[in-house]
Design a protein around this ligand. Structure first.
Ligand SMILES: NC(=O)CC[C@H](N)C(=O)O
Length: 320
């Protein structure tokens, strides 16, 4: 008689199964500090509304948020400025271009960035957060994350410095945005916030917790507290579905169907709303954090995406 593996076993077996997919990708090398990471690492944590957690793989490994941070600053900017102000300065349209593309800032007038999940839009969003200095804005991001995760996070200085010194493309984007009136603070200040938020260090459980709160429309089910407005959470999820996996977002929506945001560190943040996880071990919804530093040319974790796809299929998790 064959016995079904338990949910914990399935997750652990899946990590073992997909770890070797890392050989199809490589660590981001345009940020020197990320190129040094071990490409074979793979970790996942899944946290449900009651606080139950399933995790497997290299779960103690720390990594930087990179583009995953764009979801956080978008939420904070909406809370700081209100939706109309934010949406006047950044659109909610996918581009189909690479995450650091500059082309549409010139080809579409008046040069408003297409969405907050690409670098141009994220730099605009970081510039509009309220704060007297870049450090004040970073402290605000860290405090917000501390509320969600329940522990203090910090910026990995080495990763920040590594990117700060090589950020020619992001500098070009910021200058372009400044020229067309889509930057609310000086270029270097906006870049400092943006690159420091990208260098905030987390583990997969931290990511899963963030995903859980987003999945629950800004309500923290363990603290029993609304941390950000429902309307903002819904918008963040829509942006994750349409733009969160860069120019692979269409395929990700078609074949996985969950709001997710990836980063070039190999991080993937996924929010599984209750209605999307009815057949999973987390029928009231969950947050999923994944780390697999070997990324594909688009910038998504190769093993991470395969692992997520496998579990989403096994548990029939999709918003569609
Ligand atoms: N896609 C990403 O994760 C990009 C983040 C990275 N810090 C950059 O600006 O290039």
């Amino acid at each position: 008689m064959s016995t079904q593996p338990s949910h914990d076993q399935l997750v652990a077996q899946s990590v073992t199964q997909f770890r070797s997919a890392a050989k199809e990708g490589r660590c981001a090398n345009y940020i020197p500090a990320l190129a040094k990471k071990d490409p074979n690492q793979l970790a996942i944590a899944i946290i449900g509304t009651e606080g139950h957690e399933i995790k497997a793989g290299d779960t103690t490994e720390l990594f930087t948020l990179q583009s995953v941070s764009k979801v956080i600053t978008f939420i904070l900017a909406c809370m700081d400025r209100g939706l109309p102000y934010v949406l006047e300065r950044v659109d909610v349209e996918p581009t189909g271009d690479t995450f650091n593309s500059i082309i549409r800032l010139e080809s579409h007038q008046p040069g408003k960035p297409f969405n907050p999940m690409i670098n141009a839009g994220a730099i605009t969003v970081s510039s509009m957060m309220i704060g007297h200095s870049p450090q004040e804005k970073i402290d605000k991001i860290l405090q917000f994350l501390e509320q969600i995760i329940g522990k203090q996070l910090s910026v990995n200085e080495e990763v920040f410095q590594s990117e700060w010194q090589t950020a020619n493309r992001n500098r070009a984007l910021a200058y372009y945005l400044m020229d067309s009136g889509f930057l609310d603070c000086p270029v270097e200040a906006a870049l400092e916030v943006y690159l420091k938020q990208c260098a905030i260090e987390v583990n997969v459980s931290d990511l899963a917790m963030i995903g859980l709160v987003i999945a629950n429309d800004g309500y923290h089910p363990l603290l029993k507290k609304q941390l950000f407005p429902k309307q903002v959470a819904k918008l963040a999820k829509a942006l994750m579905v349409t733009c969160g996996m860069y120019n692979a977002s269409g395929k990700f929506a078609a074949f996985i169907g969950l709001p997710a945001k990836s980063g070039v560190s190999g991080a993937i943040l996924t929010a599984v709303p209750g209605h999307a996880g009815l057949d999973s071990p987390f029928p009231a919804g969950c947050g999923i954090g994944i780390y697999g530093p070997a990324i594909d040319p688009i910038g998504n974790s190769v093993a991470g995406v395969q692992l997520l796809k496998h579990l989403a299929t096994e548990w029939d998790m999709t918003i569609f």
